[in-house]
Write a protein of this length. Structure first.
Length: 318
């Protein structure tokens, strides 16, 4: 006959075994639940990535080399190769021929209307204008060195607006070395372009033009011009000609559409003719710094949209 202590010990061991089995089952259930959760989370992320990738792949991009230099043409081929898995790249020769049918004084200084028309003729959602070169430079630190550079202008074909502008430059003691560094940058530039396109797609930057309903300044000889006084700045400020524009001898025109409310407050500034090299930003900053007298008609103030034009050209410092 077993002692009571043995029976109690046996009962304790049995209970512990049952508790262990129960805990094991709980752990297994939680483990399987965790695996399922992670699986479906990864699946959801994968599906979202595929959807976003498909949306970007559906976008048609034309890559243009308006200057047709051998260096730029080679670089655009590298860009096309890097971007072809993410976007639909149009034929470069056909795209350039269509682009040239839209007459413009400067392929890198288009109005929004010219850019929209060019995209329509090409049949693209976006176009990328590329310019490059190799320059001999001098400085106080180095009596002679070489710089290879590339500028890219990414334009939304639906609005004609400049989505992204970038400048990359590479310095070396010889032109061959600077060009080697220059050509090795194409994958990095392509990655930035892809990121900017994705950002533009998410933010809906393809919306054509402004949704503003503010009236524009009437023609001088129209009936609406009677007893009308346009908005004017109390003091005009000249936009800065940026250092980047100076280094690359940029001559350009920047047009800005400015919405001014009935109190003379600048509500919005939209670039209607872009130039890159920081000149667009220089104009926007300058316009917002100015204090404005609002437009009036019959002595009553009213909101008004005005178009401002700024000409930039390099002036050698004495």
């Amino acid at each position: 006959m077993r002692s009571p202590s043995c029976i109690i010990l046996r009962n304790i061991l049995t209970q512990r075994r049952k508790d262990a089995e129960t805990q094991s089952e709980v752990i297994q259930r939680e483990w399987h639940a965790g695996i399922s959760f992670r699986f479906f989370s990864m699946l959801r992320i994968y599906v979202l990535v595929m959807i976003c990738g498909s949306a970007l792949l559906a976008q048609k991009l034309a890559i243009l080399a308006p200057d047709q230099s051998p260096q730029t043409q080679k670089y655009t081929v590298q860009l096309s190769d890097s971007l072809s898995s993410k976007l639909t790249i149009l034929d470069d020769d056909l795209s350039l021929a269509a682009f040239r049918s839209v007459k413009s004084e400067n392929a890198f200084n288009l109005t929004a209307t010219q850019a929209k028309l060019a995209a329509e003729v090409i049949g693209c959602d976006y176009f990328l204008s590329v310019r490059s070169g190799t320059l001999r430079r001098t400085s106080f630190a180095k009596p002679e060195f070489y710089e290879s550079f590339v500028t890219v202008f990414l334009v939304d074909g639906r609005s004609g607006r400049l989505v992204y502008w970038d400048l990359r430059s590479f310095e070396a003691d010889s032109p061959s070395e600077s060009e080697r560094l220059f050509f090795s940058s194409s994958e990095s530039v392509a990655a930035d372009i892809t990121g900017q396109l994705e950002k533009a797609r998410k933010n809906g930057l393809g919306a054509a033009g402004s949704t503003s309903r503010i009236a524009e300044v009437p023609e001088a000889d129209s009936s609406e011009a009677k007893d009308f006084r346009p908005p004017m700045p109390y003091k005009r400020i000249k936009p800065e000609y940026t250092r980047k524009a100076y280094l690359y001898d940029i001559r350009a025109i920047v047009d800005a559409a400015v919405d001014i409310d009935q109190n003379g407050v600048v509500m919005a500034v939209e670039i209607e003719r872009w130039a890159g090299f920081g000149l667009d930003e220089s104009v926007i900053e300058t316009v917002r710094k100015m204090n404005w007298r609002p437009a009036t008609r019959n002595g009553k103030t009213l909101p008004m949209r005005v178009l401002l034009r700024y000409n930039f050209t390099k002036i050698e410092k004495e």
